[in-house]
Design a protein. Structure first.
Length: 226
C-alpha cells in the first residue's frame, strides 16, 4: 500500500463531506476518530479498533448511535467495517483512500485473510497511544511596552496593560498553568472583557445599595432597644 498523504486525504474527504447531504456533524466526528487511529498506526491497510475507544474519541455516548453512524459511513463509501465475532478480538476497519486522483469504490477492499483477524486486541485502558502533537505554536509579547501599545490601541489604560503583562509573565504565559498561550492578543481581549464585566457588576451593586439605602442612611436594627 502506497504511503497515505495525510493532508491530501483529509482535505479530499472533508470536501466530500461538505458536498454529501447524508453526512452531518456526528458522521464527521466518528470518521475523524477512525482517521486519528489510522494515523497513529501509520496508515496500515486495515486497523483493529475498540468500540469504547472510538466512541470516546468521537464523543458519542450511545452504542445505538455509534452503530447507526458507522453503517451510514459504510454505505456512503467512506470505509468498510468487519465486526468481530469474539469479545477478545477488535473489529476491523478498512479506510478508503481519498488522496489519489480517483476515488476508490466499495469493491476495492482487501480480503479478510489479509487482515489478520486472529490478532488480539489490547485493552483500551492499557494502551500507550502516542500523544497528538499540537500544531499551534505558543506566542507571547516580547516586552511590556508592546502590551501597553496594544492596550492603548484598544483605548485601555497602561495600568491595566501592566497588570495583564505581569500576571501572565509570572505564570509563563500559560492558560490554567498548563497550556501555552497561542494568541496573546486574543487573551488580552478576554482580559478586557472580564475587566468590564467586573466593573459593571460593581456599579450595579453600588446602585442597588443606594436604592435600598437612599442617602446612605444607616441600616436600623429593630431588634435593639430604643
Amino acid at each position: 500500500m502506497n504511503e497515505v498523504n495525510y493532508i491530501l486525504h483529509l482535505n479530499a474527504v472533508l470536501r466530500k463531506f461538505a458536498n454529501d447531504s447524508r453526512i452531518n456533524a456526528s458522521h464527521r466526528s466518528l470518521y475523524l476518530a477512525f482517521f486519528e487511529l489510522w494515523n497513529q498506526k501509520h496508515f496500515p491497510k486495515t486497523i483493529m479498533v475498540n468500540r469504547i475507544q472510538v466512541m470516546d474519541l468521537a464523543k458519542i455516548r450511545s452504542r445505538t448511535t455509534y452503530h447507526k453512524l458507522l453503517k451510514d459511513l459504510r454505505l456512503s463509501g467512506y470505509l468498510q467495517y468487519y465486526p468481530s465475532t469474539s469479545p477478545k478480538n477488535g473489529s476491523l476497519v478498512y479506510m478508503f483512500r481519498f488522496d489519489t486522483l480517483s476515488d476508490q469504490k466499495m469493491g476495492n477492499t482487501c480480503s479478510t485473510t489479509e487482515q489478520v483477524p486472529d490478532q488480539k486486541m489490547v485493552s483500551f485502558n492499557k494502551r500507550n497511544n502516542k500523544p497528538i502533537i499540537n500544531s499551534f505554536k505558543p506566542t507571547c509579547p516580547e516586552n511590556e511596552q508592546i502590551v501597553i501599545a496594544y492596550f492603548k490601541s484598544e483605548k485601555r489604560g497602561s495600568l491595566e496593560a501592566r497588570k495583564f503583562y505581569n500576571f501572565y509573565e509570572s505564570i509563563g504565559w500559560k492558560l490554567n498553568g498548563k497550556h501555552p498561550i497561542t494568541n496573546w492578543k486574543a487573551c488580552a481581549r478576554n482580559w478586557m472583557i472580564k475587566a468590564d464585566e467586573i466593573k459593571n457588576a460593581q456599579n450595579f451593586a453600588s446602585e442597588s445599595h443606594l436604592k435600598i439605602n437612599p442617602g446612605g442612611i444607616k441600616n436600623i436594627n429593630y431588634e435593639e432597644p430604643l
